[in-house]
Write a protein that binds this ligand. Structure first.
Ligand code: TXA
Ligand code: MG
Length: 334
């Protein structure tokens, strides 16, 4: 049997088996760009130790150079290679939540390139809980810098197909590992200050963190101060159509969505709904898994306006509301 290697606009589509992972690792070691699945979203990987390869990530995504990257590791040795003055809290968190959707911001070592950290004195590290991602880091035998594998400001990719939509022809390869199990990005937790601060809510919830290490603060973006996490200041995860987020009590939300839907339809507009009695019955984990692909589907179906219903911020709900707020052009509190 001959296996045909698929290429889309020059970007290789690689199967997630040992041979495919080996091939992808060689591309990374040569300074290339490979997108790969993780349990959260697909990442766009490059050798974290190679300044040129890392610059390639920024160019492929169209990412502002002042937004640092998360470095993905497969061992504690790599953590010690990349960070210094690591607090004991960090090791407790790694012990409980790694591999998993938690990125820890630590003081960087001289081995971390400026491009990765965008000139900050810190580095964000994460050990992903996905056999293909871990296999790739091990096979490459170097830490892999990887932001989400989307064009900047587009919804994050949760399938290889999403990656190709955004980046075919701009990157060397993507490993097709199917759909991501969690569907929203990792929690980014800053451990370099007096108290732990959540810079971005994500796959590990505040409740889970606090049950292990006590109270954690949340970074808020104020206009008058430099953001702690540069990524906070950009509009993110945005579909092409304007998104209106509707919060308040379930009854009021539903009533406003009904009346807005009929008003927009009367004007001949194609309305996309991220809300329905059916969806409300779904668990939050299921909503997380489908959120980004639903936003992308709205674009491909030529929706003119999206109405999204808010949800409670318990558990992964905090990450979901954060993403919806960032995608929203307007938030209406009923
Ligand atoms: O789940 C995830 O975290 C995915 C997968 C691929 O691992 N990655 C991801 O990367 O979402 P990205 O680049 O899309 O988001 C990284 C976020 C940005 O908001 C960035 O500003 C922040 O982490 N970040 C990275 N390094 C940082 C640092 N040293 N200090 C503060 N924030 C940092
Ligand atoms: Mg991203």
């Amino acid at each position: 049997m001959t296996v045909k290697v698929l290429k889309v606009k020059g970007t290789l589509l690689i199967p997630p088996d040992a041979k495919g992972i080996g091939r992808a690792a060689r591309i990374i070691r040569r300074g290339g760009l490979v997108a790969f699945p993780t349990e959260t979203v697909y990442g766009l990987g490059a050798a974290a130790t190679c300044e040129e390869a890392v610059s390639g990530i920024f160019a492929a995504k169209g990412r502002p150079a002042d937004n640092p990257l998360i470095v993905h590791v497969s061992s504690l040795d790599q953590v010690r290679q990349l960070a210094v003055d690591i607090p004991s809290t960090a090791f407790r968190l790694m012990d409980r939540f790694w591999p998993g959707p938690l990125s820890l911001v630590l003081t960087r070592s001289p081995e971390v390139t400026d491009a990765v950290s965008a000139g900050l004195p810190t580095v964000a590290l994460r050990m992903p809980a996905h056999p293909v991602a871990l296999g790739l880091i091990r096979a490459a035998a170097i830490p892999i810098a990887a932001p989400s594998a989307n064009r900047s400001s587009r919804p994050s990719p949760t399938t290889a197909c999403h990656v190709l939509e955004d980046l075919a022809g701009r990157i060397d390869a993507v490993i097709d590992g199917g759909s991501c199990a969690i569907g929203v990005e990792s929690t980014v937790l800053d451990l370099t200050g007096l108290r732990p601060v959540i810079l971005r809510p994500g796959g590990v919830s505040r409740e889970e963190l606090e049950s292990l290490i006590g109270p954690v603060e949340t970074a808020r973006l104020k206009n008058d101060t430099a953001p702690l996490s540069p990524g906070m200041k950009y509009r993110h995860y945005a579909p092409l159509a304007p998104l209106i987020l509707i919060t308040g009590t379930p009854r009021r939300r539903a009533a406003l969505i009904r009346s807005l839907t009929s008003a927009y339809r009367k004007r001949g507009m194609n309305v996309g709904l991220l809300s329905s009695p059916h969806q409300r019955k779904r668990g939050k984990n299921e909503i997380a898994r489908m959120l980004y692909s639903a936003l992308r589907r709205m674009d491909s179906r030529g929706v003119d306006i999206i109405l999204a219903e808010g949800i409670t911020t318990r558990g992964i709900g905090e990450a979901l509301m954060n993403r919806l707020q960032k995608a929203a052009l307007r938030v209406i509190k009923t």
